[in-house]
Design a protein around this ligand. Sequence first.
Ligand SMILES: Cc1cc2nc3c(=O)[nH]c(=O)nc-3n(C[C@H](O)[C@H](O)[C@H](O)COP(=O)(O)O)c2cc1C
Length: 262
Amino acid sequence: MFKAADIYWFSGTGNTLLTVRSMAAALSGAGVDVHLHRMEQTDPAGVVPGPDRLLGLACPVAAFSTFPLVWRFVEALPPGQGRPVFLLATMGGMAGLLAGPMHGLLTNKGYHPVGVRQIVMPDNYLRIRPAETCAKRQAKGRLQAEEFARALLAGRACWNRFCPVPYPVVRWLWRRQERFFFHPTARRFQVDPALCTGCGRCAKLCPVDNIRQASDENDGQPMFKDHCQICLRCVAFCPTRAIIGGGPGRGRYRAVADLFGP
Ligand SMILES: Cc1cc2nc3c(=O)[nH]c(=O)nc-3n(C[C@H](O)[C@H](O)[C@H](O)COP(=O)(O)O)c2cc1C
C-alpha cells in the first residue's frame, strides 16, 4: 500500500523510540522504505508534501496533550497536499487532548490522517515502576506498535478521534500549560555537585537548548534556563545520574541505554 515512509519522532526517555523502532522494523519487513528523523533536528518546513509517501509522527503524551515542541513542529509543517499521515503516541495511561486536536490540525493543513495508535508504555513521570514491570509493558507496547504497522499497510487502521473543541482553544491551552507547567519545572531540577563531571551530555541532549553546559562561570555545573519542557532526557541519560527532579515520581526511568546510539 505504501512504498516509502518518513517517521518524525520525539522521545524523552526512550519509550516512543522503542515503539518507533518496532514499527519501522515491521514496515521495512513488508518492503516499505522507512526513514526515521529526529523531530528536534528537522526543519518542518522541509517535510515533503504529496500523496506518495506515508508520513509518521511519533511522540509521548505529556500533560494530557503532548510537548509544546511537538505541537510547534506540526504547526510548521507545509501544506500536506493529501499526504497520508499517522500518529503514534506513547503514554503512561491517559492521553486526553492529543489525537483529536492533532487530527484537526493535520486535516486543516491538507494531510490525510490514516491511523492513530496510543500505546501504554511505562510511566516515566508520576510513578516509576519496578524494572520487571516496565520490561513487560515495553514488550507489550512494541507488539502493539508492530500490529499498528501491519494495520496501516492493510488499510485497517483508522483515525477516528475528532476534536471536541476547536484547535485554537487547544493551542491556547497548551501555551498556558507551557508557561505555567512546563517552563517552571526546570527550577525544580537539581544537580548533585558530587556526581556531576561537567561532561555536557545533558546540554547536548536537551531538545530545546534549555541547558547551558557546565563551565567555570556556573561553578562547573550545568545551568538550566527558563524554557524546559520536562521531557526528562537530561535526568534519564546523565551518565553519572547527577540530575535529580523533574517529576513527582522522584525516580529515574529510561527505556534504552542511549537515545541516539545503536
Ligand atoms: C511531563 C510529563 C507529563 C506526562 N503526562 C502524561 C499524561 O498526561 N498522560 C499519560 O498517560 N502519560 C503522561 N506521561 C508519561 C509519558 O507519556 C510516558 O511515560 C511516555 O511513554 C514517555 O515517552 P518517552 O520515553 O518517549 O519520552 C507524562 C510524562 C511526562 C514526562
